[in-house]
Design a protein around this ligand. Structure first.
Ligand code: F6P
Length: 399
């Protein structure tokens, strides 16, 4: 448990705040985008209208009686929050439930012909097929004759910055990338990270993925490198069991990414071969645990996941949402030690994230002052800064 007193949990009810803008502006924009991307029928249009009204001016409603995941959501707090404004409950919960309701509205869950159709697939596919992905894959060719450590470092940074702008984020942050100053790392524990993945490692890496497309591709490249160079013996890739936060990766997105890599010219296809055979012989597995879409912090991990992370050599959390869930979705003072807020984690843990929400820990006082002096609060949410943070000691050693 953190030795630091808990900070306030983020809610979405303060007009002008970032969480408020996500609920009031981004969610309606996502409904619009999804509605325009598919030839939905009248029932789906009606359900989307209802969701729009509910999430902007109404209250949280329970799931239908026959929803297969109703009990799970009740265990995750639905009974406590039903009847309350979306803006007055924990922001993390509210966002997560929005995606669940969106899937209900378009028929992704429940019986019917639209079951299992991913409403975000067109956006994820477009990104995967974009020329920028070709450019990123072509850059691998120039890396091939570099020393292993240099390749490893480049691939780690590829995976880190791949998180820079997810699709949901782009919906409301158009133009930010061009206007911002050069990206910068606000914390960099990469030496500690490499010490956990030495060249002769045989351990297991759990990589808790974030976005599909141009983030998942570099995540897979990093895994391929670590396996091929013997820095790990096994990898477990955790993805979402259903479409979530627009661009979050599901198992179907892993397949798309692997096929994209395999079809690419040059060195990229070699990475695909490594991954393909690692999947065939079980050195790389894909997991889609229900808790990966839970509206709760990771401190509430169910026992099976806790045991899995406890036995890993390193668990690596990608992206902003995973960071929020890892440290708790709270307004910590930025200099709160990352070690304190992750002290409960059952094994060595790392976060690789670009900053896209107010949550931040582990900054040095001079770094925080410099960021505030330069940008006020904008550095917290603009996606222009990133961090690599590691807590190397396992819970057992912390006791
Ligand atoms: O894809 P990422 O890095 O998890 O970022 C998703 C981010 O989107 C937001 O939830 C807002 O929708 C962020 O605040 C959030 O954490």
């Amino acid at each position: 448990m953190p030795v630091t007193p808990a900070a306030p949990v983020l809610l979405g009810n303060e007009p002008g705040s970032f969480p408020h803008s996500v609920l009031a502006e981004r969610h309606p924009a996502i409904i619009r985008q999804v509605r325009d991307a598919f030839p939905y029928g009248p029932g789906q249009h009606r359900a989307l209208d209802e969701l729009l009204k509910s999430c902007t001016e109404g209250v949280i409603e329970p799931l239908p009686e026959d929803a297969g995941d109703r009990d799970r959501w009740r265990a995750w707090g639905l009974d406590d929050y039903a009847g309350r404004s979306w803006f007055d409950v924990p922001w993390l919960w509210s966002e997560s439930y929005f995606y669940r309701r969106l899937l209900g509205a378009v028929g992704h869950v429940g019986p019917g012909a639209w079951q299992g159709i991913d409403p975000f697939r067109p956006f994820k596919r477009a990104e995967l097929d974009a020329p920028e992905t070709d450019e990123e894959l072509a850059a691998l060719d120039a890396l091939q004759d570099r020393p292993e450590e240099e390749r490893a470092r480049a691939l780690l940074h590829g995976s880190l910055w791949g998180n820079r702008a997810d699709l949901g984020f782009r919906l409301s942050a158009a133009g930010t990338e061009a206007a911002e100053p050069a990206p910068a790392l606000v914390a960099d524990d990469s030496e500690t990270l490499w010490s956990l993945l030495p060249p002769s490692g045989t351990g297991t890496l759990c990589l808790v993925a974030d976005n599909a497309g141009r983030e998942l591709v570099p995540d897979l490249l990093l895994i391929a490198h670590l396996l091929a160079e013997g820095r790990i013996g096994r990898a477990v890739l955790h993805v979402k069991p259903y479409p979530y936060y627009v661009s979050d990766a599901t198992a179907a997105d892993v397949v798309d990414a692997l096929q994209r890599l395999a079809a690419a010219p040059g060195a990229a296809a070699g990475y695909a071969r490594v991954l393909w055979s690692a999947m065939a012989d079980g050195r790389l597995t894909v997991r889609a645990h229900p808790f990966s879409c839970a509206p709760l912090p990771y401190a509430d991990l169910p026992d099976d996941l806790r045991a899995e992370f406890a036995s890993a050599t390193l668990t690596l959390f990608k992206g902003d949402l995973n960071y929020r869930r890892l440290v708790g979705d709270r307004l910590w003072p930025p200099t709160t030690p990352f070690q304190d807020v992750t002290a409960w984690f059952p094994g060595p843990v790392a976060a690789l994230r670009t900053l896209k929400s107010d949550v931040i820990t582990g900054l040095s006082a001079p770094t925080e002052s410099a960021l505030v002096a330069a940008q006020g609060r904008r550095w917290r949410t603009g996606g222009t800064h990133a961090l690599i943070q590691v807590n190397a000691s396992s819970e057992m050693h912390r006791k």
